[in-house]
Design a protein around this ligand. Structure first.
Ligand SMILES: [Zn+2]
Ligand SMILES: [Zn+2]
Length: 61
């Protein structure tokens, strides 16, 4: 047994603050420009932080 890493595929990180949002009620949506999956934690959603697509650079509220 190694560390308690969950092998559930890819990690889910908030696009705004980088927090790990797996297992939380984070918003999940696709970039309207390129379809890249973007996550936002409840905190950033509440603060209406902007997101920026890491793939195409699209910014949105
Ligand atoms: Zn966040
Ligand atoms: Zn994009």
């Amino acid at each position: 047994m190694s560390q308690s890493e969950r092998g559930d595929g890819h990690s889910q990180q908030c696009n705004s603050c980088g927090m790990d949002v797996s297992g939380t009620n984070a918003a999940r949506f696709e970039c309207p420009e390129c379809g890249h999956m973007i996550f936002r934690c409840a905190t950033c959603r509440k603060q209406s932080n902007n997101y920026e697509c890491p793939d195409c650079g699209f910014r949105g509220p």
